[in-house]
Design a protein around this ligand. Structure first.
Ligand code: ZN
Length: 415
């Protein structure tokens, strides 16, 4: 029998007012963001063994008890989640930290962490009777929402960033019901689009407000806990554009700590691109977020300069839980991408390795303890990276010249 969802109601993160489970995007009293609340007494009674049911490859829905989709018929899946938590001793030595894990979410069906939130977003669209979905995307969310909408038989209208990489555009064009390329950056369209959400023409698959969508990413925290034998790392580094992944991870770890399933929640690090660092700058300055007008960053998925109320929520979590924020320049992100590929054989995209680049920077600055066990979330595959490939100058060989070349290369040692 499919597991029951223990979601009980929605609660305003600002004034604490409760609301019934429904398609609501903000508090009716104060317009604050809403978060999902679960019957934690029931979860505590069931214990963490509650997740032992389900078929391998069933995707996110192994965690159905802590997700907000009640009817199993609405639990759309492409086999997302269950991504590897890779112990990386070579890279740990290189960075000078005691232990380093990488949670590689590029293994998801569309190559990104977004598949976790798309599963619950599209599930919620079905739950609330919508026939169409829409999202404003820099690339990853667009292909993911489009794929899950197609899987669920829903119409999708995807708005894609004009500078999205070619592989991302190809993927969106293939899966979206309608693909519309927008001019400017994410921030330019999202405020207008967010207002249209109110008209209920489509289900909100954006990152600004939807608690149901965000909740899917909470499974990152649950997987990290399970993969470390319910003893999660001291520090978890999560990427932050508007903050969905970061907030969801925090929610997951806090939930497990309250239930006594893990000894304590890890310290969270918010990782941004320096070219879109409104949150990390506010954290450093100790003030409020000052919206930025941003240009291009290689970490396309982090290109948001106006994180809105979600950004405020991230800042609040950082300040209340003793978290850390940091950012990395584009050249540092590209260098981290190559370092990761050579050192551990992991090819993650620039958006995905921004966490690693930020971690390297924070370690160098002494902002994190090198004696910690650290996990960085790599949010996307490198296979959608667009860059000039190596020069295609073919060479002809005979056996002797081939032998000579191989012997010379081996004698030269490794890079
Ligand atoms: Zn409120």
């Amino acid at each position: 029998m499919p597991a029951e969802s223990h979601a009980s109601h929605l609660r305003c993160i600002d004034c604490g007012a409760s609301a019934a489970l429904g398609y609501r995007l903000q508090c009716e009293r104060c317009e604050g963001l809403l978060e999902l609340v679960y019957d934690e007494a029931a979860l505590a009674r069931a214990g963490r063994g509650i997740f032992d049911h389900g078929q391998p490859g069933a995707g996110l829905w192994r965690y159905a008890p802590v997700l907000p989709i009640a009817d199993p018929a609405h639990r759309v899946s492409l086999g997302e989640g269950a991504s590897p938590l890779l112990d990386c001793p070579a890279l740990a030595r290189r960075l000078g930290v005691r232990r380093l894990w990488l949670k590689y979410d590029g293994s998801n069906p569309t190559g990104t962490v977004k598949d976790r939130s798309s599963a619950t977003a599209v599930g919620a669209a079905l739950q609330f009777g919508f026939r169409a979905t829409s999202v404003v995307s820099s690339g990853n969310a667009g292909s993911s929402i489009a794929a899950y909408s197609a899987r669920a038989g829903l119409r999708s209208i995807v708005f894609a960033y004009e500078r999205a990489s070619a592989p991302k555009l190809l993927h969106m064009a293939a899966t979206a019901g309608d693909l519309v390329i927008y001019r400017g950056v994410y921030d330019d369209l999202i405020s207008v689009w967010d207002r249209l959400v109110e008209d209920r023409l489509f289900f909100d698959c954006g990152a600004s407000r939807n608690a149901y969508k965000q909740e899917g990413k909470k499974t990152l925290a649950y997987e990290i806990a399970e993969q470390t034998g319910w003893a999660p790392p001291d520090v978890v580094v999560a990427p932050v554009a508007v903050g969905e992944t970061f907030i969801a991870c925090h929610r997951g770890f806090a939930e497990m700590a309250r239930l006594g399933w893990i000894p304590r929640a890890p310290r969270l690090v918010a990782a941004q691109a320096t070219r879109a660092n409104a949150i990390s700058r506010a954290w450093r300055d100790g003030g409020a977020i000052v919206p930025q007008s941003i240009g291009y960053t290689v970490a396309e998925g982090l290109a948001a300069g106006k994180p809105g109320r979600k950004g405020d929520w991230v800042l609040r979590i950082l300040r209340e839980s003793g978290g850390v924020a940091g950012d990395a320049e584009d050249d540092e992100i590209v260098a981290a991408q190559s370092l990761l590929a050579r050192t551990e054989g992991i090819w993650a995209g620039p958006t995905g390795v921004a966490t690693l680049a930020v971690l390297i920077r924070l370690l160098a600055a002494g902002a994190l303890d090198r004696d910690s066990a650290i996990c960085a979330i790599l949010s996307e595959t490198g296979l959608k990276t667009e860059r000039e490939p190596p020069a295609r100058e073919g060479r002809a060989f005979d056996e002797a010249s081939l032998r000579r070349l191989i012997e010379e290369r081996l004698a030269a040692g490794s890079r």
